[in-house]
Design a protein around this ligand. Structure first.
Ligand code: ADE
Ligand code: ZN
Length: 337
């Protein structure tokens, strides 16, 4: 391991953009399929990995929703999340804010309770075994209706004190944030924080809508904001956290080459990017792999990497005292490394 590899792994960090369904590794897909008696259209792990060649977001989503079909029980959600927490802990993650897509499961007849109770028991175990804190973000599928999002929010009612935020994911083009304006307002009224995928494939206008109509606290991705100078300046002025996902951007053809990634341009423009893995089982790497990929491709130094880690804490939904404690520990760690 090089000095920079060790620095990246050890750097205390938070992960703010992770779809738990996107952490389903092919080996686990087979294991869950076997234990649940579900058939999958692949003969081997190698065949699954070979299918992970995507030209755009929708190519990926089709395979991702099909893969999620092996998730049936509370134990599956627990084991899935625990495997993620174990890997994240090994990558220096001390806090994670993980998204889950209830509709992917409830639409298959899996009760909301099975999904969330499995995730919550893993969250408790990750705290016990790794000292890692985590929060849940309930994401609405934007290719479905706002009415369906309202139904999902109603199903979540008994667990609202265990959910930090709502999000918006799935097929971006043709499903602008404005479609979900009322359900985001309802979620805010219930005290939930708000995030939305915007500007991954969608135009800068979708980022404006996320800010002005949904009133989000964070933008997931946000890459295409850079096409609009006024929007870029506004995001910088508002200190808006962007949860950027470099290997995802490469695999989904948001960029052609990792060398083209705008992470350092974002920093230079005064934006507040963070580094995240999005769907690590599908995109070829967990959070430290993402830091490594941009460090190598864009020549980021330790100071830039430390800034990205700092942003991950200040952009988190932790209370101010916990953020301050994480930043102080990061500074201590940096002084020693
Ligand atoms: N669901 C899981 N990953 C996603 C992504 N990168 N964009 C939109 N929806 C998603
Ligand atoms: Zn995402």
């Amino acid at each position: 391991m090089t000095d920079l590899d060790a620095f990246i792994t050890g750097l205390p960090k938070a992960e703010l953009h992770l779809h738990i369904e996107g952490s389903l590794e092919p080996e686990q897909m087979f294991a869950f399929a076997r234990r649940n008696g579900v058939s999958i259209p692949y003969a081997s792990v190698e065949e699954v990995r070979a299918a992970y060649a995507f030209s755009n977001l929708q190519d990926f989503l089709d395979i991702y929703y099909a893969g999620a079909d092996v998730l049936r029980t509370r134990a599956d959600f627990h084991d899935l999340a625990m495997a993620y927490f174990d890997r994240a802990a090994g990558d220096g993650v001390v806090h994670a804010e993980i998204m889950f897509d209830p509709q992917t499961h409830t639409d298959r007849g899996i009760p909301f309770e099975e999904v969330i109770e499995g995730l919550l028991s893993a969250i408790a175990l990750a705290q016990e075994t790794h000292g890692m804190t985590s929060l849940l973000i309930l994401s609405f599928l934007r290719h479905l209706s706002e009415e369906a999002a309202f139904e999902t929010l109603a199903q979540a009612e008994p667990w609202l004190d265990r959910i930090a935020a709502v999000g918006l994911d799935s097929s971006e083009m043709g499903h602008p944030p404005e479609k979900f304006r009322r359900v985001f307002a309802a979620a805010a009224d219930k005290g939930l924080r708000l995030v939305a995928h915007a500007g991954e494939e969608g135009p800068p206008d979708y980022v404006y809508q996320a800010l002005d109509l949904l009133r989000v606290d964070r933008i997931d991705h946000g890459n295409r904001s850079l096409e609009d100078a006024a929007l870029t300046k506004r995001l910088a002025d508002e200190d808006m956290t962007l949860t950027v996902c470099p290997l995802s951007n490469l695999k989904l053809c948001v960029i052609d080459r990792i060398e083209d990634h705008p992470i350092d341009r974002m920093l230079a423009l005064g934006l507040k990017p963070t580094v995240n893995s999005d769907d690590p089982a599908y995109f070829g790497g967990y959070v430290a792999d993402n830091y490594r990929a941009i460090a190598a491709a864009r020549g980021l130094d330790k100071a830039a990497l430390a800034q990205l880690a700092r942003n991950s804490f200040t952009g988190s939904f932790l209370p101010a005292d916990a953020v301050a404690a994480h930043v102080a520990r990061l500074d201590e760690w940096l002084a020693a490394h």
